[in-house]
Design a protein around this ligand. Structure first.
Ligand code: URA
Length: 296
C-alpha cells in the first residue's frame, strides 16, 4: 500500500460525509477500532500513523476483541461507558444510573419536564449511538396510549416513534378503530435506538423503565396498549410470551397506584413478518375500541 501524502488525505469530516452518503450510518461494533494504530503495528510497507484514540462521550477507548456475537455485543454495549468522568476515564452504567433515572422520572411534573430530564440523562449507553431521543408522538390528552419496544432507524432519524414500515401499519390499525395520532399517544419502553436494532439488554430496559412508567402516569390514559412482548413484559410485570398474553385485559399499575387497563397485542413489525396473525391483532384492537366506548 502506498502512503498517502498528509496534504492529500481526506478531511475526517469529508470522510464521514462520504460514509453517510454511501449509507454507512451505523457502527458494527460498540467500541471504536483504531485502524491507523492497527496498520502501524503491521509489518513495514504499511503506512504508519499516529492517531489519539477517541475519548469522551461517544467513544472512550476500550480494549478491542476480535469477534463478537450479537448477544455479547448487547451485553458489552450495556457495559459501555455512560458518563464521562472528569479525568477522561469512563464509568459504567450500574444501579446508580437506574436510581438516577428513577429520581429524574419521579421529579418530572409534566411531560415536557420528563422529556427534558430524559434528554439530559447520560446514564443509558444507547444514547451514545442514537441520533435522537424518541420521546413520543400523538396527543398527550388521548384516551389511549400505545407503547412499543424501541425506535428503529427511521424513528431515530426523525425523533418520532413508529414512523417506519411498522409505523405505517400501526397507523392503519389505528384507523381501523377510528383513531389516529390526534386521538392516540405513542411512545416506547426504550427511547433511544439500540444500534443495529438489536434487542435492548435487561440492564438497558431497567434503566429506561422509570421514564416510560412516569410517562404513562403523566398521560394517565384510560387504556394502555402494549405493542409486542417486550412492552407487555416490562410494563405488566410478567414473563409470559406475547402469544399467550395478547387479547386478555391486564392492569398496569402506576407508581402512585393508578390502575390502567392494558391490552397486550402483537407488534406491527411481527405482523409484517407474520401477516396470518393480523386477524389476532384486529380482534385485540376491537377489544380496545369496545373498552374505550365502555369507559366513555
Ligand atoms: N418498533 C418499536 O417498537 N417502536 C418504534 O418506534 C418503531 C418500531
Amino acid at each position: 500500500m502506498t502512503a498517502v501524502p498528509r496534504d492529500n488525505r481526506p478531511d475526517i469530516a469529508d470522510l464521514l460525509t462520504f460514509y453517510a452518503s454511501a449509507g454507512v450510518d451505523e457502527a458494527l461494533e460498540d467500541e471504536p477500532v483504531n485502524r491507523f494504530a492497527e496498520a502501524a503495528s503491521k509489518p513495514p510497507g504499511r503506512a504508519p500513523a499516529t492517531v489519539t484514540p477517541p475519548t469522551g462521550e461517544k467513544g472512550a477507548a476500550l480494549p478491542r476483541s476480535t469477534s463478537v456475537s450479537r448477544a455479547e455485543m448487547g451485553e458489552r454495549q450495556a457495559a459501555a461507558p455512560a458518563v464521562r468522568a472528569p479525568s477522561g476515564t469512563a464509568t459504567v452504567p450500574d444501579e446508580a444510573q437506574a436510581a438516577l433515572a428513577r429520581q429524574l422520572a419521579m421529579t418530572a411534573a409534566t411531560l415536557e419536564e420528563l422529556r427534558q430530564h430524559m434528554a439530559a440523562f447520560d446514564g443509558c449507553n444507547l444514547k451514545y449511538t442514537a441520533k435522537n431521543l424518541v420521546f413520543a408522538d400523538g396527543n398527550p390528552n388521548a384516551a389511549v396510549m400505545l407503547v412499543g419496544e424501541a425506535p428503529g432507524r427511521d424513528e431515530d432519524i426523525e425523533g418520532l416513534p413508529f414512523v417506519g414500515r411498522s409505523g405505517r401499519l400501526l397507523d392503519r390499525m389505528l384507523a381501523a378503530i377510528g383513531l389516529d395520532r390526534t386521538s392516540a399517544y405513542i411512545a416506547n419502553v426504550i427511547p433511544w435506538r439500540p444500534p443495529g436494532n438489536r434487542t435492548p439488554t435487561p440492564h438497558e430496559t431497567e434503566i429506561c423503565r422509570p421514564f416510560i412508567e412516569r410517562q404513562i402516569e403523566l398521560v394517565n390514559p384510560k387504556v394502555l396498549v402494549n405493542l409486542g412482548g417486550p412492552s407487555a413484559k416490562t410494563l405488566l410485570n410478567t414473563t409470559e410470551g406475547i402469544l399467550r398474553l395478547r387479547g386478555n385485559w391486564r392492569v398496569h399499575t402506576t407508581a402512585s397506584g393508578i390502575a390502567i387497563p392494558a391490552m397486550p397485542t402483537l407488534h406491527p413489525a411481527y405482523l409484517l413478518r407474520t401477516p396470518a396473525h393480523k386477524k389476532l391483532a384486529w380482534r385485540d384492537f376491537l377489544e380496545v375500541k369496545a373498552k374505550l366506548r365502555a369507559l366513555g
